[in-house]
Design a protein around this ligand. Structure first.
Ligand SMILES: Nc1ncnc2c1ncn2[C@@H]1O[C@H](COP(=O)(O)OP(=O)(O)OP(=O)(O)O)[C@@H](O)[C@H]1O
Length: 284
């Protein structure tokens, strides 16, 4: 579990502001952080990683204290069990894919984990390649595998998929979901993509001006594009089959299972959450 209260003065485009975030995150939960540009999302991750120093507060991860202003405790980044994946991949260019992963292992006993990660991230064929021989999506899969190879207590993902094209992003989302299911790491994911958040996260926290302004289940708290006041149903996809125009979904809404036709731009899979909105028409 992560329990934090962190403050940090910010110099924003609108003048000085104070980041002041309180958050408790359950172990194994994947929490999305979203909000407008400049809201403080990256700053929060950097404070967690120890890349930036808070002005006050505390940060506990499980039974470890990583920061406590009152007790004068502040652990440097290398003493925090963190995996960090940014938009740019920051791989070692002179090492192969396998060596990049092996370098991240906390000890030499993790060769089996490297093999497992290569398979999980579909990198087996690329293990002997160097980063410059890989596409952006492949490099990001390596970056994610490398972060997992460290076996961190906390995984921080700062818009890791934002630079990728849509099909690659969808494949990476599936890889991320598989990795989360396998390792159950306590994960914070910064994302602007509401479909991505709904697909991957069980909780979404909105920051605005350095503060938490919304916090809850993604399908409930995220704004819905073009939502008309009328009805709004939240459901879970239980089956998805291809159709002539996209997909036919069976969606569980409360006790009912309803059929929904969707186009092919965002392929759905069982377990995805869906928000159905529309206007109500009275008819007899
Ligand atoms: N070390 C720092 N000291 C003071 N102010 C900072 C520092 N780092 C960033 N800021 C300011 O704090 C604000 C929040 O920046 P941050 O990068 O955390 O936002 P963000 O929510 O991640 O935005 P984006 O979505 O554009 O990445 C910005 O106005 C930025 O200029």
């Amino acid at each position: 579990m992560i329990d934090l209260h962190l403050t940090k003065p910010l110099q924003t485009a609108h003048g000085p502001a104070l980041l002041d975030v309180r958050l408790t995150v359950a172990a194994g939960e994947l929490t999305a952080i979203y909000g407008a540009s400049g809201a403080g999302k990256t700053t929060l991750l950097r404070l967690l990683a120890g890349l930036s120093r808070p002005a006050s507060g505390h940060l506990r991860v499980g039974e470890e204290v990583w920061y406590d202003q009152a007790r004068g405790i502040w652990l440097p980044p290398q003493r925090r069990s963190i995996g960090f994946v940014f938009q740019d991949y920051a791989l070692f260019p002179n090492m192969t894919v396998r060596q990049n992963l092996e370098f991240a292992l906390p000890d030499t006993s993790g060769k089996a984990l490297v093999d497992e990660l290569l398979e999980l991230m579909d990198l087996g064929e690329l293990a002997r390649q160097r980063p410059q021989q890989l596409s952006g999506g492949q490099q990001q899969r390596v970056a994610l595998a490398r972060a997992l190879a460290r076996q961190p207590r906390v995984l921080l993902l700062d818009e890791p998929l934002a630079a990728l094209d849509v099909p690659t992003r969808l494949r990476l989302q599936a890889a991320l979901a598989a990795a989360h299911q396998r390792f159950q790491l306590t994960t914070l994911l910064v994302s602007h993509d509401y479909a991505e958040i709904t697909r991957l996260a069980t909780r979404a926290v909105e920051l605005d001006g350095g503060r938490v302004v919304r916090d809850g289940v993604p399908a409930v708290v995220l704004p819905v594009a073009n939502a008309t006041p009328g009805f709004r149903l939240t459901g879970t996809v239980v089956a998805a089959v291809p159709s002539a125009t996209g997909q036919t979904l069976q969606v569980r809404v409360g006790e009912e299972v309803i059929r929904v036709e969707v186009d092919a731009t965002t392929p759905y899979q069982p377990g995805d959450m869906l928000v159905l909105t529309g206007s109500v028409q009275r008819g007899r």
